[in-house]
Design a protein around this ligand. Structure first.
Ligand code: ZN
Length: 571
């Protein structure tokens, strides 16, 4: 699973009007001016990572890994659409200004359709939309044909046909029979090259866990059996944090079976990792002090998902089209998750780039000038870390009328809005708790706790709420954020001045956060669907004063276009 826009953020709904469709089946594609405007929604941002502290072996390994990551783009484009590779080559020959603009936006999207505009085409003479089954299935195959073909197969063959790691092609189109081709055959040339690059990198690194993962992943590229290498990925504990292979199935919009290739080559962030383990050591104490009835508290917290904080050196393939990934959760193989749990990787420098290109300009338009000193990336990121950890706290196993159940089961479709809001608000509560007890908890080195730090926490949070609801409330996360915002406005913890800017009232915010957290935790503890619905209906709405503010944010970029300067400088 991946999070593209950052914490609590929405899939980007269309926020830009594409040119009108001239004729049905023949959509007009944007001219240079329009395409430039579309492209400007992604602010070009260099991703610089300090790799000087890597061992000599790891630095050599890194060169192979970056080459491997770039190779992943070739496979991904083959998977995305069967005309992708040829069109990319053709676009490179067109040196006119429009040709260059098309090439640039194509590379951002890794194809001729604009991902944030619902995959509308921006280059002429391509299908009106990305094929639903991408190039995992024949484009002229219907869902029913596939399903019918499945019924003619043995149980084992059915499993193979639905596997993550194979494509489906016509065996004989006339009789509508299909065949299953494993990735190791379909992408044989690329995967053999990739396996060699991973083995070369494995030879150079002096970290045993990385060596093991790379060798096993190289084997997997040639055998289509990724299990052992997924297990090794869970055990990976190295300065170079590598994720490479076929993972997510979002591009298979037909069935969600087929995994797309992607790579993230990252450097572990030692400072944030230390902060994280310091927070993790105090989770039980925070649980014991959560603002909810004592009977709902968990006397012994479970292990929770592993979290890694890294800086991204390069990403590619499925990880590098459209809105940039800010964090991801893997693996997707349930057998590995059962055995080893899952791991969440947070890309700190990508979050920071989004913060600078999107959140800062939003803050400049929504807060008074004097408040800008309180907009702080460290606090922004610390709150994201707290949010992730807080998913592990609060009610998980509950009883309703004597029945054992979970908040997810009871709150149904409202659960994700409530749970995301709970993680946000409990995150604020937990950070305030740690700031209040920093000395006794021995946290004064990792978490500043003076008045200024507290102001930064809440002011940065205020401006981040505008970012999260900017694209509307059609989706659970946007609704949840509007609910927080409206609750805090009603309590006077957020205030709007006559000039239209917003501010935090520090004398009211702490008690308002505690009160809201109490309500959310109690809804989860009691599995109270009616209370959740009432709260979302009343508060998860766009009020005119909020809409007016959001209307001023149109020109601010939606996301970043990363430039991998550290990767480009390697040799
Ligand atoms: Zn969350």
């Amino acid at each position: 699973m991946k999070l593209r826009a950052g914490i609590l953020s929405t899939m980007l709904a269309a926020s830009f009007c594409l040119p009108a469709i001239a004729e049905v089946g023949n959509p007009a594609t944007p001219d240079l001016a329009e395409l430039t405007k579309m492209t400007q929604r992604f602010a070009p941002t260099p991703l610089k990572v300090d790799v000087t502290k890597l061992s000599a072996g790891d630095r050599k390994a890194l060169v192979y890994l970056v080459t491997a990551a770039r190779k992943i783009n070739d496979i991904f484009m083959k998977q995305f659409w069967d005309g992708d590779t040829a069109l990319y080559a053709k676009l490179q020959e067109d040196t006119s200004p429009l040709g260059k603009a098309r090439l640039h936006y194509f590379w951002l999207n890794k194809g001729p359709w604009s991902g944030i505009d619902g995959f509308k085409p921006f280059i002429p003479d391509v299908p009106p939309r990305k094929p639903e089954g991408a190039n995992f299935y024949p484009t002229d195959m219907s869902k029913e044909t596939f399903e019918h073909w499945l019924t003619t197969l043995s149980a084992k063959e059915q499993e193979q046909a639905k596997s993550f790691f194979s494509v489906i092609r016509w065996n004989d189109k006339a009789s509508k029979t299909l065949k299953n081709i494993p990735y190791s055959t379909e992408y044989s040339a690329e995967l053999q090259k990739l396996a060699q690059l991973l083995r070369d990198a494995a030879k150079e690194t002096d970290n045993e866990t990385l060596k093991k993962f790379l060798n096993l992943r190289a084997d997997a590229f040639l055998s289509d059996d990724y299990y052992a290498s997924d297990v090794a990925w869970m055990d990976l504990d190295a300065p170079l944090d590598v994720t490479i292979g076929p993972y997510e199935t979002y591009n298979d919009e037909l069935f969600g079976y087929k995994a797309a290739f992607e790579a993230y080559i990252n450097l572990r962030d030692e400072k944030e990792s230390a902060k994280l383990s310091s927070f993790s050591a105090h989770l039980q104490e925070i649980e014991n002090n959560l603002p909810m009835d004592a009977q709902y508290r968990s006397p012994k917290l479970g292990a929770g998902a592993a979290i890694r904080v890294v800086d991204e050196i390069i990403c590619s393939g499925d990880g590098a089209h459209g809105v940039q990934t800010a964090a991801y959760n893997l693996p997707n193989d349930d057998r590995v998750v059962q055995q080893k749990g899952s791991k969440r990787v947070m890309l700190k420098n990508v979050q920071e780039a989004k913060f600078k290109s999107v959140l800062l300009p939003i803050a400049e338009k929504t807060l008074p000038k004097a408040a800008m000193v309180d907009i702080n990336f460290d606090m922004f990121f610390t709150h994201i870390l707290a949010h992730e950890l807080m998913h592990g706290l609060g009610p998980h196993q509950i009883k309703v009328n004597g029945r054992d159940t979970t908040p997810r089961e009871e709150l149904k479709e409202l659960y994700s809005a409530i749970e995301e809001t709970k993680a946000d608000i409990t995150g604020l509560f937990a950070l305030q708790y740690m700031m209040d007890h920093a000395k006794e908890m021995g946290m004064d080195k990792v978490l500043p706790s003076d008045e200024k730090a507290q102001r930064q926490l809440y002011t940065t949070y205020l401006s981040s709420t505008f970012r999260s609801i900017r694209f509307g409330l059609s989706e659970a996360h946007g609704k949840g954020t509007a609910m927080q915002f409206n609750f805090l406005m009603d309590k006077g913890a957020f205030v709007k001045s006559a000039d239209g800017t917003f501010a935090v009232d520090m004398s009211k915010i702490k008690s308002a956060v505690t009160e809201l957290d109490h309500q959310l935790l109690t809804i989860e503890a009691q599995g109270d669907y009616a209370a959740a619905k009432d709260m979302l209906d009343k508060l998860g709405v766009m009020r005119p004063e909020l809409q007016k503010t959001l209307d001023t944010l149109h020109d601010i970029p939606n996301d970043i276009a990363p430039i991998f300067v550290t990767a480009d400088d390697l040799h």
